[in-house]
Design a protein around this ligand. Structure first.
Ligand code: SAH
Length: 268
């Protein structure tokens, strides 16, 4: 290494890289995300990122935890933003590691906005979002010619301070016949299923609940909208991705073709 390269500990200008960590399995991060981790001076992470990912970074990298167990229920988003700015300003390479994809229900947009306001350079590295992982792991194609030509990522968790425009119109979604990938929906699954049925979907519409997709304790429960209560009980307290739509039926065909090579166990 030339002395020129060896002397400066940091870039003159700091930068934040918002990295999608993927759904949980440590080898489902992108190569670009992993390279950003390897180069980082500071890593800011929370619960959804697999702790194993932190083992690839430099031994002297500073790791800052900003998740739910950080002494309180939630670290307010403004506080996380302030930490990102504080760490990047002196010229450090900061990685903000986020579960799945940073821009899918990950508040990555808000963090990027904050960084823009603070004049800090940032980059976004996409990640495998939970819907993609759940589909792949459960053997359910999210779209399929002749079955579903649209897919919707929707949150089942209604946030209290949400504006009326941001509220989910389940009846409208029911009419699209798109595959619905519901994030954070396990707790409200019965109400969501009722709203979808009210909106015109049949109670026989197939539904899958995929918990801990890509992790060793991954599980898939399959049923129909009418089984919502039972299906939701399988997901209590775990990250769960709910897939609603005719594509769920294709799982059996695909699973058969692969001769039961799926690791997931059916509960129903
Ligand atoms: N940015 C993330 C989503 C964060 S919201 C992404 O792109 O995936 C958190 C929700 O994502 C969880 O409540 C759950 O609905 C879903 N989720 C995240 N990881 C998951 C996993 N391994 N298996 C199933 N669902 C998961």
């Amino acid at each position: 290494m030339s002395s020129k390269e060896g002397n400066a500990p940091y870039d003159i200008k700091g930068k934040v890289t918002l990295v999608g960590a993927g759904p949980g399995a440590p080898d489902l991060i992108t190569l670009r995300g992993q390279l950003a981790l390897v180069k980082a001076d500071v890593i800011i992470y929370d619960d959804l990122a697999n702790a194993e990912l932190l083992t690839v970074c430099r031994a002297d990298a500073v790791k800052i935890y900003v998740g739910k167990r950080a002494g309180r229920h939630y670290m307010p988003q403004e506080e996380i933003g302030a930490i990102l700015v504080r760490e990047a300003l002196p010229g450090r390479k900061v990685v903000r590691l986020k579960g799945g994809d940073p821009l899918v229900f990950g508040r990555g947009g808000e963090e990027a906005e904050l960084l823009t306001k603070a004049g800090i350079d940032f980059e976004i590295v996409p990640g495998v979002t939970a819907a993609s992982a759940a589909g792949a792991m459960a053997g359910i194609p999210l779209t399929q010619r002749g079955v579903a030509s649209a897919v919707v990522f929707v949150t089942g968790h209604e946030c209290r301070d949400k504006s009326p425009e941001a509220e989910v119109d389940w009846a409208a979604l029911a009419r699209t016949r798109a595959t619905l990938c519901i994030y954070m929906g396990a707790r409200r699954l019965s109400a969501i299923a009722a709203a979808l049925i009210q909106g015109g979907l049949s109670g026989d519409t197939p539904m899958a609940v995929v918990t801990n997709a890509s992790l060793a304790n991954e599980a898939v429960s399959v049923g129909v909208l009418d089984d919502a209560e039972l299906l939701a009980s399988a997901a209590v307290g775990q990250p769960a991705l709910i897939i609603v739509g005719e594509v769920v039926r294709l799982r059996e065909i695909l699973a058969e073709a692969r001769e039961g090579s799926f690791q997931s166990a059916d509960r129903l």
